[in-house]
Each structure stands twice: as structure tokens, then as C-alpha cells.
Write a protein of this length. Structure first.
Length: 343
């Protein structure tokens, strides 16, 4: 039986919750009209994710999930948003919503920090980490969930595949996803990926703007904040790692390249972006058979992988070095006393 899915690539305006909600509902309506059973949106698509975004976190269920519930129709909507938990902590979460309410919630487990130093922002400034990698059972399919930085760790994909995920939702809020890496993860784990990334500008916090501008195209807003343009790169990958659907900008670029257009004539992928719906369909039973018969799964040698599951060694704080002793002063040689003479 076919299982149609839709990935939504959309603009996310930082802090403009009402505008983002309105746009999300319009796009969901388009996907529902296509008969999609699962609809996937980018990470933190209600508020964006930046240093002050915690103020827009909301409960689940809450205002955003209730609006999506009314628009879900016969689909399940994977809505990533900032969750305000009962204990006051904020999580980057993904709520799976049907017309009957919230079926499950997954939380981001790996918190981002820029290894290159171009952006001083860290997720830990806003978010708490989730405690488990989640699989949501939707009845027709078991869906694994990776949010943002989760999708940089091969172990996360393998864990979800071994736990029986039929599909993996990869909800991103990145400048430029590594699609080659994601394709390899789909192939090696024999599981399709539904990759939803945002477009538009996101806030960045360069320590030294002149240095960061060498690695990313920065613009400065009128309030002095720095912005970087997100390039989309959303894609639906099958279990062989092949793209089944991707944005029209990617397709146009590839066609122009194959046609021999000179590089300067090819429209840059970041230009003229617009919201898009990517559609594909899977046969869940076929996916399960492929995974069971795959040598990447069946021929694993768990007896050799013990080191991979051991925790990293704890580096204890070294004791402060004792101050160096001052060099001993040389004792002055005793003066020879002159013998007194009497007359």
C-alpha cells in the first residue's frame, strides 16, 4: 500500500510567530489536498532558533498544535517548534499531530555549537537536550525523528534504523545541509529520509565578522544584527540514497549544468527561492524487507564495536601547578676583618 509523504521547504521569519503560523497552515492545506499521509516541516518553523527565541516557546499541546490539528485533515503533521516543558525547560521538539490531537513528541538530543568558530551561538544558550532518540508509531509507519544537529551523527541514524524506523524525519534549520552525507546515511541504513530545511535569513552571531564573512555570506540588518541566507536543500531520499524529490532551484541548477551552461550563467541556488512542497510515495512493506536483507545491517559485527558504545573518558581538572620556588640567594662571602694595630 502506498504511503504518500510531503516535505515542506519554507521561509521562517525570526520571532514573527503569527506570520509563520499563517504560512505553515497554508502550506499544510496544499499538502493535505494532495492526499499526503505524513507532512514534514523544518526545525523551529514557528519561531526560528536564535538567542532570544526561548520567549516564544509554548506548551504541547498549545496554540500552534491546536491550529495544525484543525488543518491536518487525514494526514499526520510533523511540526517542529520550541516546547516549553512543565519544568520550565525549553526544548527543540517535533509534535506529530492528527485531527484527533498530538500522537507523540520527539525532542532534539544533540545541541549545536559551531566547530569552526564562525558563529558564537550555541543551542545550550536556549535549549535543554532531550534524553532519547524517538520513534513515533503512526500505525502505517514507524517514524524516527532527528532535529537539527542530531543529523550530524551517524550513530543516531543507525540507532533509529536498528530500532525499526521505516522512515526518518530530518527537520533542519541550517544554512546549507550536507546532502551527500544524508544520502550516505539513507543508503547505509536502508531507510528513506524526509529532509526539511528552511529558506530565508537566519540570525548568526560572528565573534569576528570579517573572519566569519570569509566562510558565509553575511548581511547586516538595520538593527545591527548579522544574517546569513539559508539555501534550502530539502530533499526526499529513498533507501538507496537517491533523491526522489528536491526543490525546483536544485533541479534547474542541475539541468543547466548538464546542458553545459557556463558557471556564471547558472542562477545561484540561494536566489529566487520560494516555498515549495516536495512529494513522494513509499511502500512501507518493501522498505522493511530491504532493511532485513541488507548486508549493511545483516553483516554487522557487534562483537567488534564495543569501543563505539563506551563513554568518552572523563578528563579530570588538573591541579594547579605549584608556584616556582624563588632561586636561593647566594650567601655573600664573609669579609676579612683587618687586624687592629696599636702604636
Amino acid at each position: 500500500m502506498a504511503y504518500p509523504v510531503t516535505v515542506i521547504q519554507t521561509h521562517v521569519d525570526s520571532g514573527d510567530v503569527e506570520s509563520n503560523r499563517h504560512n505553515i497552515l497554508l502550506l499544510i492545506a496544499g499538502a493535505v489536498a494532495r492526499g499526503s499521509k505524513l507532512i514534514v516541516l523544518p526545525e523551529a518553523c514557528v519561531s526560528d532558533l536564535y538567542r532570544d527565541a526561548g520567549q516564544f516557546a509554548e506548551a504541547i499541546p498549545g496554540p500552534s498544535t491546536e491550529l495544525v490539528q484543525r488543518a491536518a485533515g487525514n494526514a499526520t503533521v510533523a511540526l517542529p517548534l520550541l516546547e516549553k516543558a512543565a519544568d520550565g525547560k525549553v526544548y527543540s521538539a517535533c509534535a506529530f499531530i492528527t485531527k484527533d490531537g498530538v500522537k507523540g513528541v520527539a525532542r532534539k538530543t544533540h545541541l549545536f555549537r559551531d566547530a569552526h568558530g564562525h558563529d558564537s551561538y550555541r543551542d545550550a544558550e536556549v535549549l535543554a537536550p532531550g534524553s532519547e532518540l524517538s520513534i513515533i508509531d503512526l500505525g502505517d509507519a514507524r517514524v524516527g525523528v532527528l532535529l537539527g544537529f542530531d543529523a550530524e551523527f551517524p550513530e543516531a541514524f543507525r540507532t533509529l534504523a536498528l530500532r525499526g524506523a521505516d522512515l526518518i524525519v530530518v527537520a533542519l534549520n541550517q544554512i546549507n545541509p550536507d546532502v551527500n552525507f544524508l544520502s550516505a546515511m539513507a543508503l547505509r541504513n536502508r531507510v528513506p529520509l524526509l529532509v526539511a530545511n528552511r529558506i530565508g535569513f537566519r540570525k548568526v552571531y560572528p565573534g569576528v565578522p570579517e573572519f566569519s564573512a570569509l566562510a558565509m555570506a553575511l548581511v547586516q540588518d538595520k538593527d545591527g544584527s548579522f544574517l546569513a541566507r539559508c539555501r534550502g536543500g530539502s530533499v526526499i531520499l529513498d533507501a538507496d540514497g537517491r533523491p526522489l524529490a528536491e526543490p525546483s532551484q536544485n533541479v534547474q541548477r542541475d539541468l543547466e549544468t548538464l546542458a553545459g551552461a557556463p558557471p556564471q550563467a547558472i542562477i545561484p541556488i540561494a536566489h529566487f527561492q520560494q516555498d515549495e512542497l516536495l512529494h513522494a510515495s513509499f511502500r512501507i512493506d518493501d522498505i522493511r524487507v530491504q532493511r532485513l536483507t541488507s548486508p549493511f545491517i545483516a553483516e554487522r559485527r557487534e562483537d567488534l564495536y564495543g569501543l563505539a558504545s563506551k563513554p568518552a573518558p572523563v578528563v579530570e581538572e588538573l591541579p594547579a601547578a605549584a608556584p616556582a620556588a624563588a632561586p636561593a640567594k647566594k650567601k655573600a662571602a664573609p669579609r676579612k676583618r683587618k687586624a687592629k694595630t696599636t702604636t
